[in-house]
Structures are given as structure tokens and as C-alpha cells.
Design a protein around this ligand. Structure first.
Ligand code: AMP
Length: 423
């Protein structure tokens, strides 16, 4: 049956048959975040659009083409959040989180919105898991944040991923580098795609990141940022690499990684899964030492990453990995006759109070229909209540896997299910 409305293009429903995968991944991410002593921060889905225009950058694709902007009834200009870092920084400054204990290591799991051309692994509403480590320039934190991303992917069981890192320097190194890039790409200006021709003067580093084959080819021989790093940035990058090596985290240096957002400085990194096709970045991040000041805060260095949930699920499915068990009840109550039906209400309630996940079907009457429902529910045990059981204060318990069954006193039921000592 086709309804009158459809899900908006580029968005999708997470259906009950899929949602347990999301729960599995978010739970694993929370475990890792807590292992590293990160705390969750939850910010609104929309913010003043100026926040992103200032931070992500007026020349970035996100701000130029992809933001969902709207005015509220009072004419204030808002945007659906296209990324998670700027809101976290906004909140950190607004709430003076530097004064609070345990507020410098933050994580989030949240939907993001970008008006982009939908394709496999690219949506208009997508979910990101991310972390921000705020307040230090120490390269040990760069290594820690990268290690966190690595351990997360590894713990999910992913095999086919690689880590690429780069340093994009600071504004000091960028001046000369941008000049060199403009000079290099200008020779090929006519061959660059339209977007890159536009970017060339304003944001030449983004040309390095373009996915259009001709631009990619031209970018292959472009000057490398690594040759333009000043001493501080070079030392910083060397230390990050040394710490990663000490933690046995394999990586390659890829001077083409620039990231699409304007606020990055120094370390930039991506986790890639080459089985995913064009949208192969599962997680990306970097340092953003200038962002706090840009948004009116104190000079506060920071580093973080964000990864896409959809691409993670695709990667895990490609590798045939497990998302844990689909949720199912432990017990399903089958009641035969009016009296048993009525009694089943309190039995189900009692079992749930005992933390035993239980279901039943109040409207189905025949044994056959109820047994079918029990089977479909994937319950471990079926509990059958009929006249005989009611009379003798017992219940018949059936193991749905083995088919074995026996009649036991009701008084021992809870313990028996909890200890699984029965059939
Ligand atoms: P970014 O915020 O652009 O650095 O992206 C970080 C991560 O979010 C990427 O590595 C992707 O995994 C994911 N991502 C970004 N844009 C999308 C999108 N439109 N649809 C799905 N995932 C995305």
C-alpha cells in the first residue's frame, strides 16, 4: 500500500530490523569514549547559521551549497547542523566549560544535515559519532584522538581500513603554500572542474581534495604541504607520528589530505575503507587551534574527529561482521482460555518487573496462532498456561530451540528462567 507521503530524498528510516545495528555501534562507541574518559555533549539540531559560516568557512562546500538554512517566525536565520564541531565549540565557550572539571574531552552521536547529491554512502541526513579534545596543543592528544578512532574501528572487527595522516600547517605556513598552489594550479586552470576554478584563488588546498579525475590527475604533482611546514608544525607532526608508532598504530602519510572544512590546522587524518567506492572516508578529523578565537572565545587549541554511521554499517556489512544479537524476548506467554488470558496479564507484568523481557499476544486465542507468534518473536522460552496449569499453580515451559518442555511450579518460574536451569 502506497501512502500519500514519502521520506524526503536523501533521508531514510532506520527500520526495526536495522535499528539494533545502530544500537550496537553506538554502544561500542560509548564504551570506547568512556574508556578514554570522554563525556557526552548534546547540542541542538539547529544553530544560528552564522556559527557555521564563521567556522566551517564561507568558501567551503558545506556553507556555499549544502546548508539547510531557514528563518524562524521572527526572521532569525538558522541552519540545520551540518557538522558537530562548531556547535560543541559554541557550547564550550558559552558555558565556560574550561571552568568545569571533566569537560575537556567530549563526544557526541548526532544527526547532521547537508544538501548534497545523494548516493551510496552519502545522505542529506546522516549520523555522525565524534569526539573533541579541547585545551591542549600537545601532540600526545593528536595521537590519543587518532588512537581512539583506530581502536573503535578495530573493536568493531573491521579489517579493511587504513589510516592516512597529514599536517596542513598553520596560517603561518599556509601563506607560502597557498601561493605555491595557486601558481601551480593556474597553469592548468582551463582543465580544472568548475568548482576548482572557483576555489583556486579563495581556497586552493581544496583543489587537492577534488574527486574529479582530471583535477585528481593534475593534483598528483602539486607542491606538497610537508615542504612548507614551519619548524613548530614540523616538530608537532613528527611527534604525532612517533607516538602513533609507539602505540603500534599503522598509518601512511598522505600530503593530499586537506579536509573540507576551513578550521583545520596542523594534523589532519582520515580512516578509509577502500571497499566503499567513491565515498570511502569512514572517519576524519584534525586539529583546529584557531576555531575558538574565531568564534569569540579564548585561544584554545583542540583536536577531534567525526565519522559517519552509515558508512560504518556498510563497511561492516561488506565484511560480514556481526552486529550482536537482534533483540528478542526471553519469554513469550501463551494462554488458553479466558481465565488463563486474564491471569497472563499479571504473569507478564511480574516477569517484566523481574527484568525478564517478556511478550504475549492478548488478542490471539488459538494455541496454533499463539505458538506461531511465540516462534516469530524469537523468544527463548514459551510459557504455556492452560486449565490444568491454572488448577495446579504450574506453568508449562518450552525451550523454543530444542522443543523440550516440562511443567513446573509457578513459584519457581522466575528463578528457573534467570538461571536457565530448565529445559
Ligand atoms: P566531515 O564532517 O565532512 O569531515 O565528515 C566526516 C565523516 O562523516 C566522513 O568521513 C563520512 O564518514 C561522514 N559523512 C560526511 N558527509 C556525509 C554524508 N553526506 N552522508 C553520509 N556520511 C557522511
Amino acid at each position: 500500500m502506497a501512502g500519500k507521503y514519502k521520506v524526503p530524498r536523501g533521508t531514510y528510516d532506520i527500520l526495526p530490523s536495522e535499528s539494533y545495528k545502530w544500537q550496537f555501534i553506538t554502544q561500542k562507541f560509548r564504551e570506547i569514549a568512556h574508556l578514554f574518559n570522554y563525556r557526552e555533549i548534546i547540542t541542538p539540531i539547529f544553530e544560528s547559521s552564522g556559527l557555521f559560516e564563521r567556522s566551517v568557512g564561507g568558501n567551503s562546500d558545506i556553507v556555499q551549497k549544502e546548508m539547510y538554512k531557514f528563518k524562524d517566525k521572527k526572521g532569525r536565520q538558522f541552519a540545520l547542523r551540518p557538522e558537530g564541531t562548531a556547535p560543541v565549540v559554541r557550547s564550550y565557550i558559552e558555558n565556560s566549560l574550561q571552568m568545569q572539571p571533566n569537560a575537556s574531552k567530549l563526544y557526541y552521536i548526532a544527526p547532521m544535515f547537508r544538501y548534497d547529491r545523494p548516493q551510496k554512502g552519502r545522505y542529506r541526513q546522516f549520523y555522525q559519532y565524534g569526539v573533541e579534545n579541547i585545551g591542549s596543543e600537545n601532540p600526545a592528544y593528536d595521537a590519543e584522538v587518532i588512537a581512539m578512532g583506530y581502536i573503535f574501528l578495530e573493536k568493531l572487527g573491521l579489517q579493511n581500513f587504513s589510516l592516512e595522516i597529514n599536517s596542513i600547517g598553520c596560517s603561518n605556513c599556509s601563506q607560502d603554500y597557498d601561493k605555491a598552489l595557486i601558481e601551480y594550479f593556474s597553469q592548468y586552470e582551463a582543465e580544472l572542474c568548475k568548482d576548482c576554478r572557483n576555489r583556486l584563488q579563495k581556497n586552493p588546498k581544496r583543489v587537492l581534495d577534488c574527486k574529479v579525475p582530471t583535477c585528481r590527475k593534475i593534483a598528483q604533482n602539486a607542491p606538497s604541504m610537508l615542504d612548507y611546514l614551519d619548524e613548530d608544525c614540523q616538530n608537532h607532526f613528527e611527534k604525532v607520528q612517533k607516538y602513533l608508532q609507539e602505540m603500534n598504530i599503522p598509518f601512511t602519510v598522505n600530503p593530499k589530505i586537506v579536509r573540507g572544512l576551513d578550521y583545520y590546522t596542523q594534523t589532519a587524518f582520515e580512516f578509509l575503507n577502500n571497499n566503499l567506492g567513491a565515498q570511502n572516508a569512514v572517519c576524519g578529523g584534525g586539529r583546529y587551534n584557531g576555531l575558538f578565537q574565531q568564534l569569540g572565545g579564548q585561544n584554545t587549541p583542540a583536536i577531534g574527529f567525526a565519522g559517519g554511521m552509515e558508512r560504518l554499517i556498510l563497511s561492516m556489512e561488506n565484511e560480514g561482521l556481526s552486529f550482536g544479537e537482534e533483540p528478542h524476548p526471553q519469554a513469550f506467554v501463551v494462554a488458553l482460555g479466558d481465565e488463563a488470558k486474564e491471569f497472563s496479564l499479571s504473569l507478564v507484568h511480574k516477569l517484566r518487573n523481574e527484568k525478564i523481557a517478556t511478550d504475549t499476544s492478548y488478542e490471539k486465542n488459538s494455541l496454533k496462532a499463539q505458538m506461531k507468534a511465540a516462534d516469530k518473536s524469537n523468544a527463548l522460552y514459551c510459557l504455556i498456561l492452560g486449565d490444568d496449569e491454572l488448577k495446579t499453580d504450574t506453568v508449562t515451559i518450552k525451550n523454543m530451540k530444542t522443543g523440550e518442555q516440562k511443567q513446573i511450579p509457578l513459584a519457581t518460574l522466575v528463578q528457573a528462567i534467570k538461571q536457565r536451569t530448565l529445559v
